[in-house]
Ligand binder design. Sequence first.
Ligand code: NAD
Length: 248
Amino acid sequence: MPKVVLITGASRGIGAATACLAASHGYAVVVNYLRNQLAAERVVAQIHDQGGMALALQADVASEQDVVRLFATIEQRIGRVAALVNNAGILAQQMRLEQMDAARLQRILSTNVVGPFLCAREAIKHMSTRYDGEGGAIVNVSSAAARLGAAGEYIDYAASKGALDTMTRGLAIEVAAEGIRVNAVRPGFIYTEMHASGGEPERVDRVRQSVPMQRGGQPEEVAEAILWLLSDLASFTTGAILDVSGGR
Ligand code: NAD
């Protein structure tokens, strides 16, 4: 039986690249999406064309009801989740703190922190030996911003990823004896559509000189790191936060 991996926000960007790579490694992939069913179905079709297994399922990761329903549907349709990639995340328009309101921070925290919190909670019920599971692996997609702070641009987003890093370390220890590993990747500047929501679609090209490797990353380069952390090659790695940022 293939292992089931759930990748949140997988209709495009890093999530879509991770979905395709996971399928090529033999996982049965759940391509979660928020709104763009067509894009999610395109990822699924690409996986099917390459002989892989995939299924697109809608859920808002910030909604407790949606996440509970998502895990129940996965169990009914393809079996228990053995691997989870908490990839769904949002950014908002670049601005200084005094221009931000609390609603913006709450929106960001809902997706970037509450989402991974809910998905990890439900995943543990599928994976943990305490629930007759066979163990599993969780990878959270954080950001280099968690370490750097994103001053003058989006300190709220950076703070949300800082919370995700702390949750990664704590949860890793909490479930280590139950056969579950929890790690995070911290991408640097990656060429995806996310930068458009920060108000600057060409941002990676503008800032790439600040990267020691002098370039932005491709979604596939983050996907490789995620797949390694999910795999048995990382069998003694938990609570780790891996920078995938060209040295930034
Ligand atoms: P993206 O905007 O292309 O993808 C994010 C995906 O998450 C989208 O498909 C979106 O629909 C989905 N999503 C948003 N809210 C959701 C919700 N409530 N429920 C379900 N899905 C939801 O961006 P990306 O660059 O591929 O981002 C993926 C992850 O990588 C994010 O967590 C992001 O913070 C992180 N990241 C990206 C970069 C970068 O430079 N692109 C850098 C560091 C970290």
